[in-house]
Write a protein that binds this ligand. Sequence first.
Ligand code: NCD
Length: 466
Amino acid sequence: MSLAGKSFVTIDDFSNGEILGIFALADEMAADMSAQYGLCRGKIMASLFFEPSTRTRLSFEAAMHRLGGSVITASEVGASSFAKGESIADTARIVGSYADIIVIRHPWEGAAKVVADYAGVPVINAGDGGHQHPTQTLLDLYTIIKERQTIRGLKIALWGDLKYGRTTHSLIFALARFGADILFCPSPGLEVPEHIIDKLVTEYGGEVERVGTSPEARKSPFPVDAIYTTPNSPHQLAMMPDVSAQVELSKGVDALYVTRPQKERFSAAEKSEDIKAKYPVVDKKLLQDRAFRRTIVMHPLPRVDELAYELDADERSMYFKQAARGVPVRMALLAALLGVKQVQVPDVESPPPVHYPVYRRDITPLCPNPRCVSVQPTETKYLRPEFKIVKTRPITLRCVYCEHGFEPKFVASADWHEHKQETKKYHSAASHWAKDIRPENLIIFESEEQAQALGFKPSHFARGEK
Ligand code: NCD
């Protein structure tokens, strides 16, 4: 199969079979790195890194050099036209006319999608704010498969900053798709965002159970806060949440995925809290527990204080190997998207993509996520907010750029009676009536003021009556 011309913006862009096909290609590359030289002769990769990076940028650039291609690069906002107020779309169009493929890292969530929409060449997301980091997920999955031969049926614990850690966000979806169970072990206050849990359960099936509320559970050196079990898991979660956590742990953890606090994305309140003091540390002592006898320890790196150096010599530690695997995996990805290599896609199960109705109107709320690309002043001149209507009871929207979910407050129906001005009414989105508006008729307001300014009057259901 050819993946030529495709972009890789979120982990959803490839099926499980396509991911395994890329891994087979990575194996081929790793087996003889020097034999790949020349595959991408004459091709140019633009590497645009507007956030700090060592591994991702250098492994992409090393990958392209090993394939015999060329690299052009921009890495400082201050030294690029972003400093002059250029939009992402304009930058994408220009760079797309210079290069055959673009790799972008940007602090705004959804920025890579905008680049992919405008560049006209394949685009790879190398991390967009706290949203996703799908190529890191490829090498994470590749490492798990290399060390454990499978992903299905494994128990993987995610540790640390699960709120802002983009590597965990793409990994969560991939693990669920490949049939792993997940133990969530966040640092207090840095739990997985609700919209990610919602997507996990509604699109990949299975169930998430909250645990860790009892004082004993909180004192545990291994603070599990939620457990995700795949639909194909043979066991049922126990009735007592804390008991479930203990039962799951006693069966052993296959991989422990540690992350650092993503301080650069903390809110002012989070910065002033003593998150550092509460942040759990993985060290020799923790790994002495029976549950970790065979656990592989992973980390996307860089580490700060959450992963003790004393573990580097431990044979369970996998993080340096994991990073090294970034080169053959990224070589395979570049070769596939540039169309110089075909991908052999095995016939494996992959949950089909879920298609939702889309909300795109002139009357629209803005995405409430301040880090979303769609609300930045340079981008609102041409980007229209767009949302998937992921639920109608209650009405729930998901931004197509940053994937944040939210429940709007005020709505109307476009098929108001006889189209008369006096029957233009708005309703509380929580009212029973609002839930029956068909998606194609739904009008969603940013606020009650916006509804009134547009000539809509409050209905009996505008104040939240059911
Ligand atoms: C990660 C990132 O940038 O999100 N680093 C990486 O790409 N290996 C993780 C991190 O910065 O903590």
